[in-house]
Ligand binder design. Structure first.
Ligand SMILES: NC(=O)c1ccc[n+]([C@@H]2O[C@H](COP(=O)([O-])OP(=O)(O)OC[C@H]3O[C@@H](n4cnc5c(N)ncnc54)[C@H](O)[C@@H]3O)[C@@H](O)[C@H]2O)c1
Length: 279
């Protein structure tokens, strides 16, 4: 899809980190923006900043886990701009800890935001894209965790692997229909953001692991660098967005282990090395 000034982009989780980077990049391209986040104060502050730079932006406080709120987000976008070209299902949260120690409520929050948020986005916007009958693009932020499991991140791994599966399925379905709607799934390693603030740390190994994760995220790729790669993939209608190239070795090893039916092995030093080397 050619990125044209005036295209309408809806971005969830836009008030911080990766979503903010996507919003700033889209504004630079001259896109009209509908920005959604749970945090209304930060969302309004970002919108004011982007409007100051000349962008047309509407803010819509939205909990992506709530279908009615995502329907409202679509309606706000249509009321304001009459059409939508790009949907970024980006909002997400973190939960670390041993799988069996994470509470039912914590599991549910991860499923609601990280998985149902994307399902709700697809259910609300894809029918609109099909009705519009012209080029449109769904971009789902999964994670490297969508392809490689780490210990102590079970709900994150589970929801992100589900987002990869959902994205691939959607891509096949739209191709089967010959619809002009493209799909991309973004699978980054560490990106400097505030995601660890959403982590409800539990006792046990979860807390020391979350410190390690926090440090790796702080030193990660910048959201602006990631946004460059995401918009390049959109321009090429490319499905896979795998920004941290150094992790491809670990992915290859995983596939090899599946094909050989050998037991999976996790190496924490791979994560530490690739945080820096993977760009
Ligand atoms: N930072 C990383 O290293 C990294 C790596 C891979 C993937 N991701 C994914 O990138 C996406 C963005 O995360 P980030 O790292 O920029 O984190 P972030 O915390 O900086 O930004 C996430 C934003 O989502 C919002 N949000 C949280 N719950 C919401 C909800 N229910 N409805 C609407 N908005 C909600 C938050 O308020 C926040 O503004 C997430 O899906 C995350 O899993 C992050």
């Amino acid at each position: 899809m050619n990125q044209q000034s005036g295209q309408v982009a809806v971005i969830t989780g836009a008030a911080s980190g990766i979503g903010r980077g996507l919003a700033e990049h889209a504004a630079k391209l001259g896109m009209r923006l509908v920005l959604a986040d749970l945090d209304g104060v930060r969302l309004e502050a970002l919108c004011a900043e982007l409007r100051g730079g000349g962008a047309q932006v509407v803010a819509c406080v939205t909990n992506v886990g709530d279908l009615e709120q995502v329907e409202r987000l679509r309606d706000v976008a249509l009321d304001r701009f009459g059409e939508v070209d790009l949907l970024f299902n980006n909002a997400g949260v973190m939960q670390t800890g041993y799988s069996w120690e994470i509470t039912a409520q914590q599991w549910q929050r991860m499923l609601d935001v990280n998985l149902c948020g994307v399902i709700n986005g697809i259910r609300c916007f894809v029918p609109l894209f099909l009705r519009q009958g012209r080029a449109a693009h769904v971009i789902n932020t999964a994670s490297l965790a969508g392809l490689l499991s780490s210990p102590l991140m079970a709900p994150y791994n589970v929801t992100k692997q589900a987002v990869v599966a959902l994205s691939e399925t959607l891509h096949y379905e739209l191709s089967m229909l010959g619809a002009p709607v493209s799909v991309s799934v973004v699978c980054p390693g560490p990106v400097a953001s505030e995601i660890m603030a959403s982590n409800q740390v539990v006792d046990g190994a979860g807390s020391s692991f979350s410190q390690l994760l926090d440090s790796s995220i702080r030193q990660g790729m910048t959201p602006a660098e990631l946004a460059e790669q995401v918009f390049a993939a959109i321009a090429e209608k490319r499905f896979w967005v795998f920004p941290h190239k150094g992790f491809k070795v670990a992915l290859q090893q995983r596939v090899q282990s599946i094909l050989e039916e050998s037991n999976p092995q996790f190496n924490m030093s791979d994560v530490e090395e690739n945080t820096h080397a993977a760009r």
